[in-house]
Design a protein around this ligand. Structure first.
Ligand code: PMP
Length: 420
């Protein structure tokens, strides 16, 4: 096994935007939080001397901050293909964005999701119809058609929102967004996509995909923590009560408690002083990714992913978690369990002995992860499923040497008997 220092010396960055990191530390946990892009750090550093209020001050610094904030809104909207009349609402992250969407859906809306979603797309909804985890993308489409047909049987005209992930944070598998959107539209439903994992890896255009709402997190898209967005249809957003009550969301406040006129537009749901640096950093990454050759970045990622998956498949006792089968299209995320070994013990050994950061757990998608752990155990003929899985996830800063070091460290750990 090469030492961490030897591995760092070998690093040949890919062709994409540069990301920050600590020499010697191998981060294979991009699906939890991706490293910060240099462009994001530079954008923040450039704006820091201009630190002043947004939307509230008359001074030159404040004017620039307001301009930068609104420019960031435009840039992030363009990055995901927002239509002219869509709103881009800055939120804290994807969880916040989906909770905002749950807040603005018209009363009585039925929300259709699949049981394999991240908790952020399972728990905020009130009136839900949760479909079982499908065995293939085709089954997901069939199952959605059947569910929507059933909901519309008898001529029901209530609003329906389908809310699905673009790519699973457990398996990296891509969901058939275009076809699911077509199914939704066929039955007069709207569709929201949780793009927390999708957007960092694949170019997304919601107008072209006919998607109504999209949520993403800056910290998974190479920007710092604290900024995300909900992008989508302005009619629901304008019709709902503000998500937060306070300054900025109110256009006029009278003397009595009921005398309030709420703002229209994104400000309605952005009460309080906004996270300017987060928005600007996120926009800087969007600009950089938009200028990059994303097809090439995808090819590079797929090449690394193939190495990672084939390396794991060659290690005795390792079983990959997957919903759609071994050959389904996926992003640079692999979750797996190891026969008879505790995932947490392995991830701790990777960190302690090899300076490699990965995650173990059920990845905030408990129903899905538990099910896939059980399926993997059955497929492999294990006596019982592992209680948690290990997830390795890659992105812009990942190199072949990182993947090689990970596989070789894992092999070393697995050929060393666990402590008694
Ligand atoms: N959806 C998916 C698919 C995710 O992977 C995550 C983060 N793991 C979220 C939603 C929630 O994102 P955040 O924690 O940034 O709100």
């Amino acid at each position: 096994t090469p030492s961490a220092a030897e591995v760092a010396a070998l690093v040949e960055p890919g062709s994409g935007p540069r990301v920050l990191g600590v020499p010697g530390q191998i981060n294979l946990d991009y699906a939890a939080t991706a490293p910060c892009a240099r462009a994001a750090a530079d954008a923040v550093a450039e704006l820091l001397p201009w630190y002043a209020s947004v939307h509230r001050g008359a001074g030159a610094l404040s004017q620039r901050c307001t301009l930068e904030y609104e420019r960031a809104r435009q840039t992030v909207g363009d990055f995901v293909g927002a239509r002219a009349d869509d709103y881009v609402i800055f939120t804290r992250n994807t969880t916040d964005a989906l909770n905002l969407l749950a807040h603005v859906v018209p009363a009585g809306t039925i929300v259709v999701t699949f049981a394999g979603e991240h908790h952020a797309n399972l728990l905020p909804w009130r009136n839900t119809c949760r479909l079982p985890v499908p065995a293939s993308p085709a089954e997901a489409i069939r199952s959605l058609y059947a569910a929507l047909a059933e909901l519309r049987r008898g001529g029901g005209t209530e609003e329906i929102l389908v809310s699905v992930t673009g790519a699973s944070n457990v398996t990296g598998e891509l969901w058939p967004i275009r076809e699911l959107a077509a199914a939704a539209k066929r039955f007069g439903a709207r569709i929201a996509v949780d793009a927390a994992q999708l957007a960092p890896h694949v170019a997304v255009d919601i107008a072209e995909l006919d998607v109504d709402f999209l949520a993403l997190s800056g910290h998974k898209l190479y920007a710092p923590f604290g900024a995300g967005v909900l992008v989508g249809r302005s009619d629901w957003l304008d019709a709902a009560e503000p998500y937060l009550f306070g300054g900025g969301a109110s256009a006029r406040v009278g003397d009595t408690t009921s005398d309030v006129r709420w703002a229209q537009g994104p400000a309605r749901h952005e009460a309080g002083t906004p996270n300017l640096l987060g928005a600007v950093a996120l926009a800087a990454v969007c600009t950089e990714l938009e200028a990059a050759d994303r097809d090439r970045l995808e090819r590079e990622e797929q090449e690394l992913l193939a190495r990672l998956r084939s390396g794991l498949a060659a290690i005795e006792g390792v079983a990959e978690l997957r919903t759609f089968g071994a050959d389904a299209p996926r992003l640079g995320i692999v979750s797996f369990a190891v026969a008879g070994r505790e995932s947490a013990e392995i991830t701790a050994a990777l960190a302690r002995g090899h300076d490699i950061g990965v995650r173990d757990g059920l990845f905030c998608a408990h129903p899905l992860a538990r099910r896939l752990l059980t399926e993997a155990a059955t497929r492999e003929g294990w006596a019982r499923p592992a209680t948690t899985a290990i997830r390795a996830s890659i992105g812009l800063g990942t190199t072949r040497e990182h993947v090689t070091a990970f596989l070789s460290a894992l092999t070393t750990i697995l050929t060393t008997p666990p402590a008694p």
